[in-house]
Design a protein around this ligand. Sequence first.
Ligand code: ATP
Length: 451
Amino acid sequence: MEKITSLAKRRGFVFQSSEIYGGQNGAWDYGPLGIELKNRIAGAWWKEMTQLHDDIVGLDAAILMHPRTWEASGHVENFTDPLVDCKKCKSRFRADMIPEENLAAKKCPECGGELTDTRKFNLMFRTHIGPAEDTASVIYLRPETAQGIYVNYKNIIQSNRMKIPFGIAQIGKAFRNEIVTKNFIFRTCEFEQMEMQFFVKPGSDDEWFNEWRKRRWAYYEKLGVKMDHLRWHQHGPDELAHYAKDAYDIQYLFPMGWRELEGVHNRTNYDLTRHTQYSGKDMQYIDQDNNNERYIPYIIETSAGLTRNVLMILCDAYDEEYVPSEKKSGSSEGSADDWRTVLRFHPSLAPVTAAVLPLMKKDGLAELAQDIRRELKEDFAVDYDQAGAIGRRYRRQDEAGTPFCVTVDYQSKEDGTVTLRFRDSMEQVRVPKQELAARLRREIKDYKRMK
Ligand code: ATP
């Protein structure tokens, strides 16, 4: 994790928030490469959930919601973590995350000092809206995006003539006052979620739950994630949320071990029933194709962390590779170190798709390379680099996860071909420059991960 954190900073993926003031815990800033990666991951999810599914539509609800929302959802009452403090070293822990024997003996796992009693701590950030800071003006930063979907479900049925079963997808910020934030961007106080709520007829919920488990698994396979680093974890009775009938997490093998990446939950009709009670509005669905049958739909939720997906993709892509000398001999990679760090992003997720590199700045090579760059950038995210030895420039692109380098050399001037160099295999082929865009498109579509 240290290597990934330091690469992320060095190359401008992720910076600590407010670093010049000593940093702000639980908050991170996404730099030029990081925002591109995050946007592409969000784009891949959005395409998968909306464009590729006729029965799912999108939504972007506000972060600030009526405070009654969070009473109805149960968050005001139940969204708590158990908290203990060490009286001696002042460390703070989530009681469910320290060894049971320490908790029983009230002994600090770090210094052996005495622990306080466990107390409940609500994870929602509270603030005030308007000038008066009284109880009437309390408002929360949303701790999940899902509730914005539930309160809009009737609007969407009416405006878009949706029929059950159908889904609503949303990507947006969520906030939790986490007791312990560690492991880089894994658990933060400000993060982004990609959630889809699928509304189904009661009785068909088990089937849809299994169907969504299959679809979400297939999605990660399509992204080229190492499938032996993913597994299912079913929530036991003590883990199951108060509203859930069944829940499975997709866990990823992060450097610190298996951890939740995404949850697939059967939330029953709990949320809509509660919103009916708290708002006084009828949340029933009227099935016009079935004698106006009325019911409160069940909800199957797929809830993934976008920022946690960024960390997963970074960990999954990270590789250090020894470059054997025979691979270097005769090629232009000879001057670089024997080891390379490479991010093996799927080309559709890579922040930069192609880098255009003139072998030399002089003799018109830079101008030719700039022309190629201009043409490619209409369709691809393109970088241009003319500084330093070509081997070093390849290494810089490998580290940024750029899948293709286009090198312009003297032969390019003569016959109009360029070298296309592949990040993963380091192989190089010559391609006529007018065929470059089509070739890149094909390579992205047919990409198969080598290792
Ligand atoms: P945990 O038990 O780890 O606190 P959770 O079970 O409460 O997480 P959910 O409420 O199911 O998590 O949230 C759905 C998804 O949102 C998670 O799978 C995760 O990817 C993401 N997520 C939740 N909390 C955080 C956080 N503090 N920082 C980053 N991502 C988060």
